[in-house]
Design a protein around this ligand. Structure first.
Ligand code: FUB
Length: 324
């Protein structure tokens, strides 16, 4: 009996002390994290890097979702959608973003997905919707929300990627996106249409991955800058600025040039998800998602974030049912 009690105490201690361990999902190559918290559980959406070691480009045919009650133990929730969820799309499950919002009296999960368009050359952004954070998601419009011909600031075909969706406390939703040129537009309450024009934000050295979040009344617009990429951010008094540049918070990766961040508050702590290529066999197109705790200074600025192998400590969420 005494042995059983000590074993249980040890097990409890190891759960409390456990750390995520980066990369988070060791069975697959994963990239471009997006995250939401729902009913005390954190859901992380990733693109699946399926490139073979000899491939020289992204091979991404599906998004996957994982969830956790403590940021350490992860449940594989499968494939919530693929680019083929959109009948008008040709492939390329690039960096998506997800948000929860009630529309017409029902809580729904909205998935903004950059995909290659079948008939309009270039990348485009679709919107999918589900009643559950783990899907299945269905096309919410039947057409792309953004196509490459709607934006003409640059001639590249991949400037309409990397959606970052944000809903402010007053209910107004915003979609930021872009590669090379940073753009944003307001979304209507239905989450599937723009409410007004597309605006361009001039940001020196902007590459991609815009992500808007709010904390203690301050808006944070983070993004990947330069190439190889590093994570930089700006702060402002509103979701549309004016923006004050705050510099780099995470340096570039050794084995892949991209980094793609997402910020999340979970059970009283702040985290950033990002990718590197530290899983064995990793590389430019074989990336792996990781997480670190984020610490804010008293003035609201973000402390520099080191990439670690240990990851954050377990943070068991009392509101979460731990079915793994
Ligand atoms: O994963 C494909 C592209 O690489 C994403 O859209 C970018 O953010 C970069 O991570």
């Amino acid at each position: 009996m005494k042995h059983l009690i000590s074993a249980l105490a040890l097990a409890a201690l190891s759960v409390t002390c456990a750390q995520a361990g980066n990369p988070l999902f060791p069975k697959l190559f994963t990239a471009d994290p997006a995250a939401i918290v729902d009913k005390g559980r954190v859901y992380v959406y990733v693109g699946h890097d399926e490139a073979r070691p000899e491939d020289k480009d992204y091979v991404m045919h599906e998004w996957r979702v994982y969830s956790s009650c403590d940021m350490v133990n992860w449940r594989d929730d499968g494939v919530p959608l693929t680019p083929f969820t959109f009948s008008w799309a040709r492939d390329k499950a690039w960096a998506a973003d997800v948000v929860k919002r009630e529309v017409d009296g029902k809580i729904k999960y909205w998935f903004y997905a950059p995909v290659a368009h079948k008939t309009i050359p270039g990348m485009s952004i679709g919107v999918a919707v589900s009643d559950s954070p783990t899907g299945p998601f269905v096309d919410a419009r039947g057409t792309a929300l953004v196509t490459n011909d709607m934006t003409t600031q640059t001639k590249i075909s991949w400037d309409d990627i990397d959606p970052g969706v944000f809903i402010d406390d007053d209910g107004q939703a915003y979609l930021y996106w872009g590669n090379t040129v940073l753009k944003y537009a307001k979304l209507k309450r239905n989450m599937t249409e723009f409410d007004g024009p597309i605006h361009v934000v001039e940001v020196p050295n902007f590459t991609e991955a815009p992500y808007l979040h709010k904390r203690a009344g301050t808006y944070y617009l983070s993004y990947a800058q330069h190439f190889p990429e590093e994570i930089a951010y700006m702060t402002g008094p509103s979701p549309t600025g004016p923006w004050t540049p705050r510099g780099v918070i995470m340096g570039k990766n050794d084995k892949t040039k991209t980094i793609h961040q997402a910020f999340i508050e979970f059970n009283g702590k702040s985290y950033v998800l990002y990718h590197n290529a530290e899983l064995p066999g990793g590389g430019e197109w074989r990336r792996s998602v990781a997480v670190e705790e984020v610490r804010y200074n008293a003035d609201g600025t973000i402390q520099p974030i080191a990439q670690t192998k240990k990851g954050p400590k377990a943070n068991p969420s009392p509101g979460c049912k731990r079915a793994t």
